[in-house]
Design a protein around this ligand. Structure first.
Ligand SMILES: Nc1ncnc2c1ncn2[C@@H]1O[C@H](COP(=O)(O)OP(=O)(O)OP(=O)(O)O)[C@@H](O)[C@H]1O
Ligand SMILES: [Mg+2]
Length: 325
């Protein structure tokens, strides 16, 4: 029987009074791009640090390709690559020196070394900067170099913790297409992300994590279609000092409509979940008109992963949580 590439069972980890992981279980299939999607402080990096043998859990089981991570960390390290969320580059080395160092570290055959280094530099958009010292790089350039270093040896399983954090739009796209290419070559990718679009675009399977717990798991398409509803977002004109009260009045009014399944306030926006956008939209506009509430914008859409998150956690993705730094 083939093992899943990653198997986690009831993983627990606390830092003093802070519960970072509160019984996380998940499996990652070979050859897939798996996304761990969650807001700041959800427990993504903690999960990856345990999987990459850098942090010991308080409890639970963790396996990589059938090997127990706690019992045989050396073997596990030979199976994985890891690009951490925080920068690891050395300010006094050049970009090329970094890549040579990593190529050495991973015993890359000399014959392919130069072409791999060139390819990695081109991919992340650092071609032409290979002989500059990293201390003269911008933050984005350092991040790109980090990514190039972590990908150079092409391990069967790679952990990417927020790979596109702080990158500009074009480089993000390049990084995405490179991740898809890794998958085509048979690499399994474990990706932590804060970005809905990244999860939606890249991941075969997604686990949504919040406050150290997996809220829900599935393919992005299945997660969205499970909701069986559309969403209408209403924003009231922001120059209005009674905005808050008006939003509440509107929420009360639309909640009475038969077509409305639920409402959630997300900042100064009211999200209204409905069976069908087409039927509900005129009714919501009419409710606002009756209450003489000035609407700034009203938009409607099929549910996205942010609605999935909201549905399973009870709060909006971007909402500030207390209790973490
Ligand atoms: N070394 C540490 N010491 C104390 N608390 C920690 C430590 N590392 C993480 N935490 C706490 O554990 C929780 C989970 O942190 P983690 O870094 O896993 O979150 P994350 O999902 O990766 O967040 P982000 O999106 O901001 O990177 C947070 O409350 C964080 O403050
Ligand atoms: Mg993190």
């Amino acid at each position: 029987m083939s093992h899943p590439v990653v198997r986690i069972e009831n993983l627990r980890k606390s830092y003093g009074p802070i519960i970072a992981l509160d019984g996380v279980s998940l499996e990652v299939e070979a050859g897939k791009i798996f996304g761990l999607l969650g807001p700041n402080g959800a427990g993504k990096t903690t999960t990856v640090k345990i999987l990459t043998t850098l942090v010991r859990p308080d409890g639970g089981r963790v396996e990589i390709s059938g090997t127990d991570v706690l019992k045989d960390p050396v073997k596990v390290r030979s199976l994985i690559g890891y690009v951490p969320q925080e920068l690891t580059v050395d300010p006094y080395l050049t970009a090329r020196e970094h890549l040579h160092y990593y190529a050495d570290l991973y015993h890359l055959p000399a014959a392919i070394r130069a072409s791999r280094i060139r390819e990695a530099l081109t991919l992340v958009g650092l071609a032409g900067h290979e002989d500059r010292r990293v201390r003269h790089f911008s933050g984005g350039m350092k991040k790109k170099l980090d990514l190039a270093c972590g990908l150079i040896h092409r391990p069967p399983l790679i952990f990417l913790d927020e790979p596109s954090l702080g990158l500009d739009v074009q480089v993000r796209r390049d990084v995405w297409s490179y991740i898809l290419r890794l998958k085509e070559q048979g690499t399994t990718v474990f990706l932590c992300t804060n970005y809905m679009d990244e999860a939606e675009r890249l991941c075969d399977d997604v686990a949504i994590i919040d406050s150290g717990r997996i809220a829900v798991m599935g393919t992005p398409t299945a997660l969205r279609s499970q909701l069986k509803r559309d969403v209408i977002s209403v924003e009231i004109a922001s120059f209005n000092e009674h905005q808050g009260e008006m939003l509440e009045a509107l929420e009360r009014a639309v909640s009475q409509l038969a077509i409305v399944q639920g409402t959630v306030k997300d900042g100064m926006q009211l999200k209204v979940y409905v069976e069908s956008n087409e039927i509900a939209l005129p009714q919501i506009l009419e409710s606002a008109a009756t209450l003489t509430i000035p609407i700034h914008t009203i938009t409607y859409s099929r549910p996205g992963l942010d609605e999935v998150f909201l549905h399973y956690t009870g709060h909006a993705f971007a909402e500030e949580k207390k209790n973490h730094g």
